[in-house]
Design a protein around this ligand. Sequence first.
Ligand code: 4HQ
Length: 262
Amino acid sequence: MTYRYDVITLFPEMFGVLTTCGVTRRAHERGIWQLQTWNPRQFASDRYKTIDDRPYGGGPGMVMLAQPLAQAIDAAQHDQRVAGLPAGRVIYLSPQGRRLDHARVVSLLAEPSLVLLCGRYEGVDERLLNTVVDEEISLGDFVLSGGEIAAMALLDALIRQMPDVLNDAASAAQDSFADVTTGGLLDCPHYTRPEVYAGQAVPPVLLSGNHADIARWRRQQALLSTLSKRPDILARAREAGQLTQADERFLALQSSAIKPNP
Ligand code: 4HQ
């Protein structure tokens, strides 16, 4: 299976990092996913290539015109169909959307094609959202200069979950922590050489060679970290039945160890 993503953006150059760096590059080279960018400026209908205009009702900033965006989306979906894929659903990245989490990432992997719409300025004409956008997704409760970095974050999160993208060790290692929304915990601490750094020794259990002890210690560290930094995630893990009796016994001994997140 190969995934195809079409991105509507005034800054297609930004997406180069996904195909030129790291894990996403390797997956792209191996044909696991494909990217096509579409610049709405190329679909502008006047000779000045206008893609934005002043907001009705006044106020600061500019609003992206519906028409060039609608045509760019049409062209992307047409191309997807020509490639033998379904016309992708249109996702608009915006702070008004539902917050992205791991569960949504995993569910989006069921779709072989998507169209990601990146807004700039104050956003896009509401009538475009009403007519062609299927879903709005937010990266978080803060404001970016445009949807591009949010779209890139979504793509990165999608790509690293695709089959055969991470090596075996990495995918095995992330397994238990992958889904904080369905019972996963925060990650445990990691150490590498040297054995002492800045006066801090590596926890001796990690040098013991006792794999059962190491696994138990890592689990307990993950429980402690989740308890102190993200009690909401610990509660969800408990509700999802992800905590063992040993986990609960360990946590019961820790009620005095809760530190506020600095
Ligand atoms: N923006 N999550 C405003 C975001 C954003 C976010 C994208 C800025 C849309 C018009 N996108 N433009 N947060 O802040 O996705």
